[in-house]
Design a protein around this ligand. Structure first.
Ligand code: MSP
Length: 641
């Protein structure tokens, strides 16, 4: 994986301010680029704004300003947002840039000269919102599927691009390059579309109707259709045709877009490139849509999520992590602040944050903050499979990240974090510290844990660059990018014995508040579920009859034929089988290593044929079930009172 890497986002329309959807795509591109920068020094990341067309003119009119002033203003808002989200784009293209305009003119002229653009009169159904003609069969109940309004019949003489001529070629290209468009569902969608005859594309708009666009080089009475103009940004930004950037990066180009713009990217764009005699991009990576509280995000509904607000409340890294972890790339996902808070508390504050601060605190307590050297034989004795776990995680992570399955990459990292937490429980350094004869074992254990943290810091770098740097600094490293190179990261002995650690910190404080918008709803007296009535008072003696214990989950598996049940093997000083109704909320793997709270003296009961000797404690709210855990790990069997 050492080839150069070039990634692009769509260039966003400047008729609206950036929202969660734009932020997701741009963070995903940033993550992909940072991941590839761990493997190669040659990466390039492009984003920008799409500034021509009817949509923009109408938005400018609404604001009472000229299109030029309007696009400058909104484009700046996009440009200013990206650093706030730690986006590391190398270039920002605007379709009003003179260099871009020159490339559009050049390609148009070339395709016109080769005979693939022709002039013709056309009458058709035109949607002004989409700025394109529709075919009857594309409409839903006679309306444009995006704007839910009937298109208007207009008759115009225009320039057309011969898409149809390249239909068979494109089908063949997609079939012989199976991951040209990925994930597969979107490749299939494009192929399904290509089963119908492809109509030629109208690529001009008469200036009598629209002036805000790039004038056709071969007819001054027309401007270029906004998509023909916009798609070319991916090469104009590289300095097509002469600059080195173009030579280096165009052959390895990858685009990220959402499913809404699959057709222009999966059909128009490859055909434009082919007609211009240029090589095609390598991959089109298509993701799904974020909905908000199960609804489509829209200004009219008033549920548009402002990424800057999320970043300000929850922090850049936590917000980026949530976006990458909660969307399965390719599928739609649902955004809610409750889910975001749950992710922060469970994955970041609990799993990663606690591990980090515990390990650093132990290293400070037992070795005065100096990284211990592990004696080779003892190092191996105390490994207990940890290195192997790291290798497995790194392998799965690389494969997933390479194919844009960011959520899977993070799952692999969190499996390793779970192993690390388990390793702490099993090796119990606080017990080793009690006996001077275990000093060497303690050195090896702490060294292993510090190395494991170093590897975790590298693997989270693409998604949470600031946290990665903080972790490395506290591990006594310089925190420069160099330490994130995959070949250095994966060497187990990446830390230097004798280097000094910095004091333990809390990487991610728990978010204690309930979601702010829910509080507002409460204040306005709406939408709040009625509080559950409290149970009658009991005495302390009554309470002490309940034997609450901490247990560490050793293994977990589904109970056959029971959709809701999981069978857990739990260490609570003794091994017990517990059956719990959490299968719809937790995967078995995610529970292994977790410390949970159990009622140990509940009369055993058989559930779907399995005898459960105790009950797991969990909270249920409107978003689901969350098991009760502790703030730090304690020995299994510890009573609660
Ligand atoms: N200007 C065109 C793109 C031209 S590219 C040559 C355009 N702009 S847009 O502002 O409408 O941006 C669309 C893109 O924004 C989507 O493809 C996606 O990347 C992102 N998203 C917008 N809403 C989204 C969601 N609700 N969810 C996820 N991403 C979404 O189309």
């Amino acid at each position: 994986m050492t080839a150069p890497f070039y990634i692009t986002t769509p260039i966003y329309y400047v008729n609206a301010r950036p929202h969660l959807g734009h932020a997701y795509t741009t963070v995903a591109a940033d993550v992909a680029r940072r991941f590839h920068s761990m493997h190669t020094d040659k990466t390039w990341f492009l984003t920008g704004t799409d500034e021509h067309g009817d949509k923009i003119v109408r938005a400018a009119q609404k604001e009472g300003c000229s299109p030029r002033a309007y696009v400058d203003n909104i484009s700046k808002i996009f440009q200013d947002l990206w650093p706030e989200l730690n986006i590391s784009n190398d270039a920002f293209i605007r379709t009003t840039d003179p260099a871009h305009i020159a490339v559009v003119e050049k390609i148009l002229q070339q395709i016109y000269d080769s005979g693939d653009i022709y002039f013709s009169e056309y009458e058709g159904l035109y949607c002004f919102g989409c700025e394109r003609f529709y075919m009857e069969r594309e409409l839903v109940d006679g309306c444009c599927p995006d704007h839910q309004a009937p298109p208007e019949t207009i008759k115009e003489a225009n320039y057309f691009f011969k898409l149809g001529k390249y239909q068979d070629w494109l089908i063949q290209h997609i079939e012989t390059h199976p991951d040209f468009i990925r994930p597969t569902r979107y490749k299939n969608e494009v192929l399904a579309f290509l089963r119908e005859p492809l109509e030629d594309l109208c690529i001009s708009r008469p200036k009598s109707r629209l002036k805000w666009g790039i004038t056709l080089p071969f007819d001054p009475d027309y401007v270029t259709y906004v998509w023909f103009d916009a798609l070319l940004n991916y090469i104009s930004a590289l300095g097509f045709p002469d600059r080195d950037l173009y030579q280096t990066y165009w052959p390895v180009a990858q685009h990220i877009v959402a499913k809404d713009i699959l057709k222009p990217h999966g059909i128009y764009w490859p055909i434009m490139l082919k007609a211009a005699g240029l090589p095609l991009y390598q991959h089109l990576n298509v993701h799904g849509y974020w909905n908000v509280e199960e609804n489509k995000m829209s200004k009219t509904v008033g549920n548009v999520i402002d990424p800057l607000e999320m970043k300000n409340i929850y922090g850049t890294d936590a917000f980026r992590f949530f976006l990458m972890r909660d969307m399965t790339f390719g599928l739609d996902s649902n955004f809610s602040e409750t889910a975001l808070i749950q992710r922060i508390n469970a994955d970041l504050a609990n799993d990663l944050g606690n591990l980090f601060s515990r390990v650093i605190s132990m290293a400070i307590k037992y070795f005065d903050g100096v990284i211990p050297e592990a004696a080779p034989d003892i190092e191996e004795e105390m490994d207990l499979g940890l290195k192997k776990n790291a290798e497995t995680a790194i392998f799965a992570y690389n494969q997933a990240m390479e194919s844009f399955a960011f959520h899977k990459g993070l799952i692999a990292v969190w499996e390793f974090i779970t192993h690390m937490n388990k390793y702490v429980d099993i090796t119990a350094p606080w017990v080793l510290a009690k006996s001077p004869s275990s000093k060497k074992q303690l050195e090896a254990v702490i060294r292993h844990l510090l190395e494991g943290l170093r590897i975790i810091s590298g693997l989270i770098y693409p998604v949470m660059p600031d946290t990665a740097i903080t972790m490395q600094k506290h591990l006594g490293m310089s925190g420069t990018d160099d330490f994130f190179k995959m070949n250095r990261l994966t060497v187990w002995k990446g830390l230097r014995s004798g280097d000094k650690l910095r004091k333990a910190i809390s990487l991610f404080p728990r978010v204690e508040k309930t979601k702010p918008h829910a509080d507002e709803a409460e204040a306005s007296g709406s939408e709040k579920a009625p509080a559950l009535a409290f149970k009658p008072e009991i005495t302390l003696d009554d309470f002490l009859k309940v034997d609450l214990r901490v247990g560490t989950v050793i293994s977990a598996q589904p109970v056959p034929k029971a959709k809701k049940l999981l069978q857990l093997e739990v260490d609570m000083g003794e091994r017990r089988t517990i059956v719990s109704g959490i299968a719809e909320h937790y995967t078995p793997e995610s529970l292994v290593g977790k410390q949970v709270i159990l009622v140990a003296n509940l009369k055993p009961a058989k559930l779907m044929g399995v005898l459960s000797k105790g009950m797991l404690i969990a909270a249920t709210d409107e978003t689901g079930v969350t098991v009760a855990t502790l703030d730090r790990t304690v020995p299994p069997g510890t009573p609660l009172r």
